[in-house]
Design a protein around this ligand. Sequence first.
Ligand code: SF4
Length: 189
Amino acid sequence: MNGKNNLYHMVKIENAPEGIEGQGFFATSFDKVIGLARANSLWPLPFATSCCGIEFMATMGSNYDLARFGSERMSFSPRQADLLIVAGTISKKLGPVLKQVYDQMAEPKWVLSVGACASSGGIFDTYSVLQGIDNVIPVDVYVPGCPPRPEQIIEGILKIQELARNESLRRRNSDEYKKMLESYNIETV
Ligand code: SF4
């Protein structure tokens, strides 16, 4: 018998406790259920300022149909959104407005930066353009491209879903998370 088989015999399979098994249902952990629900019901707030916004409109259209991922409900109210999608050039003047919108969204929330302009200022290395929205708010996923195609935007949303699905329920209360928000001068509660 090799070492692997020896180890196999050491594994002890316990019977499920009474009451949590049976036909038609199964037990799981609370954070997995919450993660599944959050990931499949993201409500985006599109903060679209220029050409990348048009690509996002195509992503919403019938050809690409973002509704397939549970995100058909656009929100133009930050209070009823949990995914901030920033698509387009953001001027320095607009930076505080973007930050205010982010501030008004309730936790848990995620940020998707769509395209070169939102992510880094893109071709506009000028005095008036913010060189990346991560100068004012934290970003979870960056989508490259000028403009990115709808497939790329969908890939970005799938990555956000992955984050939402696997995020620990304790993350938003952790010291690391609070420190990260403080580094952006964002108040924590
Ligand atoms: S990244 Fe390109 S397509 Fe997108 S907003 Fe900037 S200039 Fe327009």
